[in-house]
Design a protein around this ligand. Structure first.
Ligand SMILES: C[S@@+](CC[C@H](N)C(=O)[O-])C[C@H]1O[C@@H](n2cnc3c(N)ncnc32)[C@H](O)[C@@H]1O
Length: 235
């Protein structure tokens, strides 16, 4: 039986196997691919040809592949999961992008703080961290590594906790996922065993945390059922 601590460890919790990640992510997150294309559009508007990106939660390799294919940017990808990083590494090799990417197994704190990045992303990561100071220190750690006026793109599972409001959206999420091909048993397992422990917060709390960590000019650029994305600028 999976203990609570390992629920969100991608190497230990086999309920979402890494070799199934690409398919499941697209089935579970409405508009999954659009997130990366929208972030890429912002990045292309804001960054010069030579730039340095920090990809937090880079495992799986979607950001690295989508951004790497369309630019000459250097990227540092950080992720604690060896298996998710290995999936990213295989994609980078297949796309011949390995030379422009540094992969670090660990958390943002393991990225040398002497490097200044021109942009950072945290896509579908921070909702796994508890709001006990961990989310705030995660955002501060990203902030510390960014050049002044650089953007952070943050996408998280976000919702009110009020059961009535939550269930109204969540029942549509379930229906969407089942229609996209996810087995009903998987959805039931996620809803009963995983979701109650997911330390997600509201949109209001997320923007408070961004402000507290030193980000401003917060713009929401994505919202699909329980998933919300913002761009925030290091002030
Ligand atoms: C749902 S996946 C998202 C992967 C990728 N960003 C995407 O959107 O496809 C979450 C990833 O965040 C990683 N992760 C969890 N805690 C983290 C942390 N504190 N810092 C960086 N990555 C973390 C997990 O290991 C996993 O690879």
């Amino acid at each position: 039986m999976m203990d609570r601590e390992n629920l969100f460890d991608f190497d230990k919790n086999k309920s979402l196997p890494v070799n199934d990640y690409d398919i499941k992510a697209r089935q579970l997150v409405p508009g999954y691919e659009a997130i990366f294309n929208i972030v890429l559009a912002f990045l292309r508007q804001r960054l010069p040809e030579q730039a340095n990106l920090l990809i937090v939660g880079a495992g799986g390799g979607t950001e690295l592949s989508v951004f790497g294919r369309s630019s000459q940017w250097q990227m540092t990808g950080v992720d604690p999961s060896a298996e998710m990083l290995s999936a990213a590494s295989s994609k980078l090799e297949a796309l011949d992008l390995s030379e422009r990417v540094r992969l670090i197994q660990g958390t943002v704190d393991d990225v040398p703080s002497a490097t200044s990045f021109n942009a950072a992303t945290s896509i579908l990561v921070m909702h796994f961290l508890p709001d006990d100071g961990s989310k705030l220190s995660f955002l501060k750690s990203i902030h510390k590594r960014l050049e002044s006026r650089s953007p952070l793109f943050l996408v998280d599972f976000c919702s009110e906790r009020n059961p009535e409001q939550f269930n109204r959206i969540f029942s549509a999420w379930k229906s969407h996922a089942i229609h996209a091909g996810v087995p009903v048993e998987f959805i039931e397992e996620q809803s009963e065993k995983i979701l109650p422990h997911l330390p997600f917060v509201t949109e209001k709390r997320t923007t408070e945390l961004l402000n507290e960590a030193g980000f401003a000019e917060i713009v929401q650029f994505y919202k699909a059922l329980t998933y919300v994305g913002w761009m925030a600028i290091k002030s």
